[in-house]
Design a protein around this ligand. Structure first.
Ligand SMILES: [Zn+2]
Length: 306
């Protein structure tokens, strides 16, 4: 499926309500289409605070992605951002009446279904991508993430947990809206049973349950079933797609992550934005070999992707 070449918003408004995973408070979210390209912009309606989805506003990144502006926090934004970026809806106003977005079923699937139900609408102009031209990497001990040049957006993710029920999982995927919907969107957030007391003591996961998270005990998931055999690594990829939204534009590159999480995902976005020599703007979404087909033979053979 070719990637969209025009900027996209939604065809109609969507309102979804639920409660937050960490604070367990009710929240209603209204997705409002925009008339021209604006990027993804949150509005905290009780205060009127406008918070663009940008990496320089990222705050607390423990177990969720949070934006902070003028003292207002918006927590657990990553699953909605993931659904929007996965479906190439990169221009939208998101009105939120609380400080944490609803966790829903713990995946991006409810957002994906709602977006597909109303459909997307093209806006004037050309879609612009940030195309990685030089490798860029962020490390934290054994955990790391890096972006490499690539035609398209390709994700490669490895997780390695010291409990047999999870263990090592790896997956690689070239992202298209269709693949996002089928292979990542429904993967639920997860945690280890042994972490729950620690999280609750810190005021986290107060709204968590087997209805909105997969909980792994020593012998396997406590939930009745998994949606994918490797649901955990797929959810990490879902989170990565959402966190990369904080670049403010779609990315073209190969992103490799090893035992990463929100903090490293956002650190990569910040590192890319801080290194303008490592990427360039392009409006060309198609792989180079599609273009080369129309060019004289021999001109660019060496540049074709393997
Ligand atoms: Zn998540």
């Amino acid at each position: 499926m070719p990637r969209s070449t025009t900027p996209q918003t939604l065809s109609r408004e969507i309102t979804i309500s639920g409660h937050g995973l960490h604070g367990n408070r009710p929240c209603s979210v209204r997705l409002v289409p925009v008339a021209e390209p604006t990027g993804i912009v949150f509005v905290h309606t009780p205060t009127g605070t406008v918070i663009p989805a940008k990496a320089d506003l990222a705050g607390d990144l423990v177990l969720a992605t949070t934006l902070v502006k003028d003292g207002v926090r918006l927590q657990t934004i990553e699953h909605l951002l993931s659904a929007l970026m996965g479906l190439e809806v990169e221009h939208i106003r998101i009105e939120v009446d609380a400080e944490e977005l609803p966790i829903l079923d713990g995946s991006a699937a409810p957002w994906v279904e709602a977006i597909l139900q109303v459909g997307v609408k093209g806006l004037a102009g050309r879609r612009r991508f940030m195309k990685i031209t030089q490798p860029i990497e962020v490390r934290n001990g054994d955990r790391w993430i890096r972006a490499l040049p690539y035609d398209g957006l390709r994700l490669r993710y490895v997780i390695d947990f010291p409990i047999p029920a999870l263990g090592r999982q790896s997956r690689e995927l070239s992202l298209t809206p269709d693949k996002y919907r089928r292979e990542l969107g429904a993967a639920r957030t997860f945690c280890l049973a042994q972490e729950i007391d620690m999280m609750r003591a810190r005021g986290l996961a107060l709204g968590g349950s087997l209805d909105n998270a997969v909980v792994f005990g020593a012998d396997g998931p406590l939930n009745e079933s998994l949606r994918y055999e490797d649901e955990a690594v797929r959810h990490k990829m879902l989170d990565l797609v959402g966190d990369l939204a904080l670049l403010g534009a779609p990315l073209l590159g190969l992103v490799e992550a090893h035992a990463a999480g929100h903090a490293l995902h956002v650190a990569l976005a910040q590192a890319i934005l801080a290194a303008p020599g490592s990427w360039e703007w392009t409006e060309e979404a198609e792989p180079a070999n599609v273009r080369f087909f129309f060019q004289p033979a021999g001109l660019t053979a060496a540049a074709q992707p393997a």
